[in-house]
Design a protein around this ligand. Structure first.
Ligand code: NAI
Ligand code: MG
Length: 354
């Protein structure tokens, strides 16, 4: 029996366009073995499009994505287009309109990938659960007195009970599934309205999960601990801003930001979820054919898992993990000399019965 899925592809800018073809090649290879047929609708939504037509995506962009089973995205952002334009013109509307309120980022130190940290990295295996649709990334605020000495900007952080409860519920569910614990990122000593509110809801949620242990840490101390001893964490949950910073840090802890995957999930499945590597468009290496496609391939594997194909997802994970563990080729960000294509080919070679 063949299962079919329609995937919307948004390569975006820079290396986004270089890492998605490898991810699709891997998806197709593993799909063949597992009776999964993926069809792709490729969309040219990007900074190029913005420069040519004045918008990152067409006005009915969200509707065009709606009837897909998932969205696979490379990266958006390019010099000459302000980053807030590319983010708010594409990524943030998709995350919000499709209620992708969970941003899930697994971190593992893979065998054969040197972490900048040295002690006991083999046990590093945690996930960052980032609140993805509210918090510090809000549209509430404005600017006043432009051009005068008293010019000012105000930006309000928005924490709703519903939004906070659902992300914390997701984090505790994840910890329960993993048989682990929750660490909540806070800053209630300095941010005295929203963060104590967050902490209260953490404690309430903790009571509903008596079998899951939890703790909270101020974000500044927490980032230091992630560097000093990443093995102690299992599920770290944070607001939109704290979660964003933590997951880039965690990606670096795992050896390279080029490896780190992310899922923007609508857990209720009312809307498509979106999968994308954590990294950006990397203008400094774009066009050279050396981008590490692993973040995109790992994100594609998370997509397979979400679409109901955990065995296929695991096969993708195992195939890239074994290329690295066997001291196989790797891209320059991991200290190797392989091109994007050479690395991808080795991953493809490892898929299937051969
Ligand atoms: P970046 O992630 O693009 O690059 C940071 C550094 O990591 C660069 O030195 C780059 O060469 C390296 N790097 C990143 N991914 C790599 C990969 N797969 N293989 C090898 N090396 C890799 O972050 P940066 O430079 O801050 O942002 C560049 C542009 O990307 C900006 O316009 C930014 O707004 C956008 N961006 C987009 C994101 C998204 O689409 N979700 C996320 C982060 C940034
Ligand atoms: Mg980030």
């Amino acid at each position: 029996m063949t299962t079919r899925h329609r995937i919307a592809l948004i390569p975006g800018d820079g290396i986004g366009t270089e890492v998605l073809p490898p991810a699709c090649a891997v998806l197709d290879a593993v799909g063949k073995l597992h009776g999964i047929e993926l069809s792709y609708d490729e969309l040219d939504w990007s900074c190029q499009r913005y420069l040519a037509e004045g918008a990152m995506m067409p006005e009915d962009g969200i509707d065009r994505l709606r009837d897909h089973d998932a969205v696979l995205l490379g990266a958006v952002g390019w010099p000459g287009v302000p980053d807030h334009v590319s983010l708010w013109g594409l990524l943030i509307p998709i995350r919000r309109q499709f209620r992708q309120y969970v941003n899930l980022r697994p971190i593992k130190v893979l065998e054969g990938v040197p972490s900048p940290l040295v002690r006991g990295t083999a046990d590093v295996d945690f996930v960052v659960v980032r609140e993805n649709v509210e918090g510090e990334y809000s549209e509430i605020g404005g600017r006043l007195h432009r051009g005068f000495p008293e010019e000012m900007a105000v930006q309000e952080a928005v924490f709703t009970r519903a939004g906070t409860e659902r992300i914390l519920g997701y984090a505790f569910d994840t910890a329960r599934e993993r048989g682990g614990s929750v660490t909540s990122a806070t800053k209630s000593n300095g941010i005295i309205h929203t963060m104590p509110f967050w902490d209260e809801i953490v404690a309430e949620t903790g009571e509903r999960y008596p079998d899951v242990s939890w703790q909270q840490e101020h974000i500044d101390a927490l980032v230091a601990k992630v560097v000093l001893d990443p093995t102690r964490f299992d599920v770290i949950v944070g607001s939109n801003l704290f979660g964003d910073i933590l997951s880039d840090l965690a990606g670096a802890v795992a050896g390279s930001i080029g490896i780190a995957p992310a899922a923007n999930l609508n857990p209720e499945r009312d809307f498509p979820s979106m999968f994308e590597p954590v990294h950006g468009s990397a203008p400094d290496i774009a066009g050279k054919g050396v981008a590490n496609p692993l973040g995109a391939i790992w994100s594609a594997s998370m997509m397979l898992d979400h679409l109901g194909h955990p065995e296929a997802a695991a096969e993708v994970f195992d195939s890239f993990a074994s290329v690295l563990a066997a001291d196989g080729p790797r891209t320059p960000d991991l200290g190797g000399t392989a091109s994007t294509d050479e690395f991808t080919q080795r991953v493809l070679d490892g898929i299937g019965p051969g």
